[in-house]
Design a protein around this ligand. Structure first.
Ligand code: NAI
Length: 267
């Protein structure tokens, strides 16, 4: 039987989630997609089963009344992490691959020094805990030998001015959690947990941050490989990491960035 993947965080065909879906599908996987509730009704791809999802809510009890009645949400149902997991279980029974390709930091354009407590916590909730929650809920229906992938950014470990609002902190948490969850999910269920530290891509989320063109130019000038990074290159690395070819790789941060992370100074 082919592998079945659930990919959280696809809303259009520009981002890393979409590229990962393409690469996994090309490798023979069946694709299920989790799409953020407010945009789920625009996103349609007849090839994939789509589940509306808001990864900042674990179960219906956590959803505030104003969100429940918000018209961007009230047209959809069963979109908390727990409910989506239950729907996938009901529809398909199990999955093999879980991909987390989502992030949100409402104050991302503010420096950390100007970030509010709420903005910081919102960034960590949407960008880091969302992965803990997804894995926690999906683990019982993941087949042993399966794998998870998330997407991180070098701002977790080096100073990248402009990546604010606590997003750098959120990515540090995601990378640390990758190690701890690799241990826990590995011991408990033989599931591998890795994260890809990706180079800059002009996705919808990245355009919202505002400095993406500068980052792409910087990489073109300074990275060992002087080419623009294609989303497909990240998709292919994800397909490798999710496959048996990577059966001994877990708890790792894998750089897919034309080597930029290895540079000490710009040249
Ligand atoms: P994208 O805009 O294609 O993907 C972000 C997705 O997150 C969107 O589909 C959005 O609807 C979804 N999302 C946001 N909040 C959500 C929530 N509460 N519940 C469910 N879905 C939610 O953009 P991109 O850039 O492909 O982002 C994917 C991942 O790649 C993110 O983790 C991002 O931080 C990471 N990344 C992106 C880089 C870039 O230069 N674009 C560089 C390194 C990492």
């Amino acid at each position: 039987r082919g592998k079945r993947a659930f990919i959280a965080g696809i809303a259009d065909d520009n981002g890393y989630g979409w590229a990962i879906a393409k690469s996994l599908a090309a490798a023979g996987a069946e694709i299920l997609v989790g799409t953020w509730v407010p945009v789920a009704r625009w996103f349609f791809d007849g090839n994939y089963q789509v589940y509306p999802l808001d990864a900042i809510y674990d179960s219906l009890e956590d959803v505030p009344e104003d969100v429940k009645t918000n018209k961007r949400y009230s047209g959809s149902s069963n979109w908390t992490v727990k409910e989506v997991t239950e729907s996938v279980k009901q529809d398909f029974g199990s999955i093999d691959i879980l991909v987390h390709s989502l992030a949100n930091g409402p104050e991302v354009s503010k420096p950390l020094l100007e970030t509010s407590r709420n903005g910081y916590l919102a960034a960590v909730s949407a960008s880091s805990y969302s992965f803990v929650s997804l894995l926690r809920h999906f683990l019982p229906i993941m087949n042993p030998g399966g794998a998870t992938i998330s997407l991180t950014y070098i701002a977790s470990e080096k100073i990248i001015p402009g990546y604010g609002g606590g997003m750098s902190s959120a990515k540090s948490a995601l990378e640390s959690d990758t190690r701890v969850l690799a241990f826990e999910a590995g011991r408990k269920h033989s599931i591998r947990v890795n994260t890809i530290s990706a180079g800059p891509l002009r996705s919808r989320a990245a355009k919202a941050i505002g400095f993406i063109d500068m980052m792409i130019d910087y990489s073109l000038e300074n990275a060992p490989l002087q080419k623009e990074l294609a989303a497909e290159e990240v998709g292919n690395a994800a397909a490798f990491l999710a496959s048996p070819l990577a059966s001994a790789i877990t708890g790792a941060v894998v750089y897919v960035d034309n080597g930029l992370n290895a540079m000490g100074v710009g040249v």
